[in-house]
Design a protein around this ligand. Structure first.
Ligand code: 5AD
Ligand code: SF4
Length: 364
C-alpha cells in the first residue's frame, strides 16, 4: 500500500533510498496543488544542499550534421529539409570567448553524432584552443554523441572534463521503438559509450526524453532509478516535443501535460539525487516562456544559454518551436540573469560549478 503524500515526501527528504519505483511513479503522476507541494520540497532540497545558486553553461551547437536517424529528432539524417553546417573554428571560439567574458565558468560543445577522424581532430583542437586562451579557466562539457573510448580519451586529454549522453529511455524495448532497428542505433552501444565515459574518469551526465509515445510513469520512475544506479553526476532531460519532419510528427502532444511531466521529473530527480547537477532544459522554455525558471523552482540548478550565432539557430531545431531563434547571446544573457535573480537565486560566476556528487564520488 502507498502511504500518503506528506509521508512519502518526508521520508524522501530524510532518506532518498525510501523512493521505490512505485513511490516515484506515484509522485510523477501528481498534478495541481499536490504537484506544487512536491516540487517545493525538491526545491528546498536543492537550496539546502547546493545553495540558492544557478550555474550557466553557454552552449555552442557546433554542427547539425548527424549520422543517426532517431525518430523524434528534427535534425535526423533523413531530414533533407535541413541546411547542414559545421561551424568554422573562429565562430566556436567566439562563443567560448563570450562565455568566458560573461563569467559563465563553463561551456558546452554540442553537435549531431559525427564519427570520423576528421571530426575527432577538429574537436580536439577546439578544446585545446579554448583551454589555451582561457588559461585553463573555462570548463568544457562535450555533448557529441556515442564515440569510441579512444576518441573520448583524446578529447579528455585535450582538456574537456564533462560529457553529456542521454540514454533517452532505460527500457531497451522502448528504446527500440523510437530508434531505427539497425546497428547504428542499439541500446547496447549507448550503454557501452556511457560505461566508457565513466571508466574514462569523465563527469558523466545522462538523461531522458520525457513523455514520448509508449512511455508511462512506471517507465519514467525506472529511468530515474537507472540514472541513480548508474551514479550519474549530471542530468539533462526534457519533454518530448514533436517535430513535423520526423516519423513522430503525429504523436499525441499536450504542451501543458508535457510541462507537468518535465517539472515532476526534475523534482523527483532532485529528491532521489540531492547532490547532482540537474539542467533546466530549453525544451521547457519551448513549452512556456517561464519554463526554465519553473525548472529551477522544481529543483534544477543549471541553465544552458545558447551561444550559437543567430544564423545557425533555425538549422538546429531538434523539436518544434525551439526558442530564442532571433536572440543573440548578449541580449539573452542579461534577460536571463534578471529572471534568475527575480526568483531569488544568484548566478554562480567564474567557477566550474562541478557536481557535488562527482567530488564526493572522487573522495570515496
Ligand atoms: N523533443 C525533445 N527533445 C528532443 N531531443 C531530440 N529530439 C527531441 C524532441 N523532438 C533531445 C534528445 C537528445 C537531445 C540532444 O535532444 O533527448 O538527446
Ligand atoms: Fe542525431 Fe542526436 Fe538527433 Fe539522434 S537525437 S538524430 S543522434 S542529433
Amino acid at each position: 500500500m502507498i502511504p500518503d503524500l506528506s509521508q512519502i515526501l518526508d521520508e524522501a527528504v530524510q532518506s532518498p533510498a525510501s523512493l521505490t519505483t512505485e513511490r516515484i511513479a506515484f509522485l510523477l503522476a501528481l498534478r495541481g496543488e499536490e504537484a506544487h507541494l512536491m516540487r517545493r520540497m525538491a526545491y528546498e532540497v536543492k537550496c539546502r544542499i547546493l545553495g540558492k545558486v544557478v550555474y550557466f553553461r553557454g552552449i555552442v551547437e557546433l554542427s547539425n550534421q548527424c549520422g543517426k536517424n532517431c525518430f523524434y529528432c528534427g535534425i535526423r539524417r533523413d531530414n533533407r529539409e535541413v541546411f547542414r553546417y559545421l561551424m568554422p573554428p573562429e565562430e566556436v571560439l567566439a562563443g567560448a570567448e563570450f562565455a568566458w567574458r560573461s563569467g559563465y565558468g563553463s561551456m558546452v560543445l554540442q553537435s549531431g553524432e559525427i564519427q570520423s577522424e576528421k571530426f575527432t581532430d577538429y574537436v580536439e583542437s577546439l578544446v585545446q584552443e579554448i583551454k589555451a586562451f582561457s588559461g585553463g579557466e573555462l570548463g568544457i562539457t562535450l555533448s557529441l554523441g556515442e564515440q569510441t573510448a579512444e576518441t573520448f580519451a583524446r578529447w579528455k586529454s585535450a582538456g574537456a572534463h564533462r560529457y553529456l549522453l542521454r540514454v533517452e529511455t532505460s527500457d531497451p524495448a522502448l528504446y527500440g521503438q523510437i530508434h531505427p532497428q539497425d546497428s547504428r542505433h542499439t541500446f547496447a552501444a549507448r550503454m557501452a559509450s556511457l560505461e566508457a565515459l565513466k571508466r574514462g574518469g569523465w563527469q558523466t551526465g545522462s538523461g531522458i526524453l520525457i513523455g514520448f509515445p509508449g512511455q508511462d510513469e512506471l517507465s519514467l520512475a525506472n529511468d530515474l532509478l537507472f540514472l541513480r544506479d548508474f551514479d550519474v553526476d549530471m542530468i539533462g532531460m526534457g519533454p518530448f516535443i514533436p517535430h513535423h519532419q520526423t516519423p513522430l510528427a503525429e504523436a499525441p502532444f499536450d504542451p501543458v501535460l508535457q510541462m507537468e511531466r518535465g517539472l515532476n521529473m526534475i523534482a523527483c530527480a532532485r529528491l532521489l539525487m540531492p547532490e547532482i547537477n540537474i539542467a533546466s532544459t530549453t525544451a521547457l522554455q519551448a513549452l512556456s516562456p517561464e519554463g526554465r525558471e519553473r525548472g529551477i523552482l522544481s529543483g534544477a540548478n543549471i541553465i544552458m544559454p545558447n551561444l550559437s550565432e543567430t544564423k545557425y539557430r533555425a538549422s538546429y531545431q531538434l523539436y518544434e518551436g525551439k526558442p530564442a531563434l532571433n536572440e543573440n547571446a548578449e541580449s539573452s544573457r542579461n534577460a536571463l540573469q534578471k529572471s534568475i535573480e527575480s526568483i531569488g537565486e544568484t548566478l554562480g560566476l567564474n567557477e566550474w560549478g562541478d557536481s557535488l556528487h562527482f567530488h564526493n564520488r572522487q573522495k570515496k
